[in-house]
Design a protein around this ligand. Structure first.
Ligand SMILES: *Cc1c(COP(=O)(O)O)cnc(C)c1O
Length: 441
């Protein structure tokens, strides 16, 4: 064995991974070379896209200075918004620390572009949980419903295709905005590829050309070479503590797209008359630039981790979504263990491999808004950041865990091997790498 290889193996063993688990992982990894090469190519392309946008917008050291107060003439903030617009093919962008999270960015985009009497349509089924309250599907203070904005939803067909006839029937003279969620989030439907988003938007626009097509881009950024604005979307929206913050942005959200849509959002975020002119960037702007710069490689690490895990756990006999071979359009991986102990052991492994808070042991607990106990693993530099390696699972059948992130492939790999080790220590995976409770799956 070459010396470095021996050092690596010994280090894993020293950190609590058994020789058997290490070697099992190594074999799986060797079978993934071609897929990893393809991810590296996408990363290379996206990395150049980011650098090219930064060069075209003449990013300079001056851009990194903190501003305070009103933030008039903040060239760092204004240039960053040009970089986002350039990189993602929008006319304009709003990228701000004052946008507190992904839900806030989505709520802002919706509330600023819809008026009383308008209707919102989701042609891809139920949106992300937190949007139910934004829209008013679940009654909530300040929802779109309270302002007289109605909502219609067309579910996917049983075969997961778009229900084109249903969508045609749902579009009416009040339909103003169509929201398309790229990632499956925590639903079981497949994540939408850019090609499918293109097909859907073309169909919607063929019925009503002036409808605004918004894509909830969370978890999908830089997974493919193209982004939704390149295939007809009018607006993309997301969080900076997911893909595009590259793990460095400590807060923030973005909206990129048609100038009118972005302006509407800016006048809602700050105030009519003020719009994008105010909003100091405080001290975080450099991390926004650097995070975007790192984002393609960070997303690549997270994707490799997700694929590695799918292959490991599928081989052992646990159902995984997406499966070991299918193409990826976001960074989320689900694994079903069929028993609460499996979910718990997995999350404890992810936690034990974290750079931060590795010594705490996560336990299931009652969380507001959930109808069962939930366990979460996160040892993150940024609180709640889900581009960092993190996992969670509700303690109810089918006992599935959802995990995502990993700022580097090596950390994702360690986390997954540690999770496998804990599953083996708990007797849920046998010594010959099969699922002990296979009858429950
Ligand atoms: C995470 C996420 C959101 C909400 O973002 P938060 O930052 O958690 O508020 C919305 N939609 C999708 C698809 C997401 O993944």
């Amino acid at each position: 064995m070459a010396m470095t290889e021996e050092l690596i193996e010994n280090k894993y063993i020293e950190m609590g991974i058994s020789k058997e688990v290490y070697e099992f992982g190594k074999e799986i990894e060797q079978g993934l070379k071609e897929r990893f090469d393809r991810i590296d190519q996408t990363t290379e392309y996206n990395q150049m896209k980011v650098i090219d946008a930064m060069q075209k917008c003449r990013v300079s050291a001056e851009c990194f200075q903190a501003t305070s107060g009103y933030g008039y003439n903040d060239i760092g903030r204004d240039t960053l918004e040009e970089v986002y617009a350039e990189c993602f093919h929008g006319e304009a962008a709003l990228v701000r620390p004052q946008i507190t999270c992904g839900t806030h960015a989505l709520a802002l985009a919706l509330m600023s572009n819809l008026r009383p009497g308008d209707e919102l349509l989701s042609p891809v089924g139920k949106p992300y949980d937190t949007l139910e309250e934004v829209i008013g599907i679940r009654p909530s203070k300040g929802s779109l419903a309270e302002y007289g904005i109605t909502y219609r939803q067309v579910d996917l067909l049983n075969n997961r295709d778009f229900d084109f006839e249903g969508i045609r029937a749902a579009i009416n003279e009040r339909t103003k905005l169509v929201t398309i969620q790229r990632s499956k989030g925590y639903e079981t439907r497949p994540t939408l590829s850019i090609a499918r988003i293109k097909e859907l938007i073309s169909f919607v626009k063929s019925i009503k050309p002036d409808v605004i097509c918004m894509v909830d881009n969370c978890y999908g950024e830089f997974v493919e070479e193209q982004e939704p604005l390149e295939v007809g979307a009018d607006m993309i929206v997301g969080s900076l503590i997911k893909n595009l913050g590259g793990g460095l942005a400590p807060i923030g959200g973005y909206i990129v797209g048609k100038k009118e849509c972005v302006d509407n959002a800016a006048y809602r975020l700050t105030s009519p008359g003020l719009g994008k002119e105010v909003g100091a960037s405080l001290g975080v702007i450099q991390s926004f630039y650097q995070g975007l710069f790192q984002a393609p490689t960070v997303v690549s690490g997270a994707l490799k981790g997700a694929i590695f895990a799918a292959n490991i756990f599928e081989k052992i006999g646990f159902p995984v979504i997406p499966n070991s071979t299918e193409s990826r359009h976001d960074i989320i991986q689900a694994v079903t263990f069929g028993c609460p102990e499996g979910v718990i052991a997995f999350c404890q492994g992810i936690q034990a491999a974290a750079p931060v808070d590795s010594y705490v042991t996560p336990e299931p607990w009652d969380m507001p808004g959930y109808d069962s106990q939930v366990i979460m693993a996160a040892g993150a530099f940024v609180q709640g950041s889900s581009i960092e390696l993190s996992a969670d699972g509700p303690i109810k059948p089918p006992y599935a865990v959802y995990f995502q992130g990993g700022l580097t492939w090596y950390h994702a790999k360690l986390g997954i091997l540690m999770a496998l080790q804990k599953l083996m220590d708990a007797g849920i995976v046998t010594k010959d790498f099969t699922a002990a409770n296979v009858k429950d799956l």
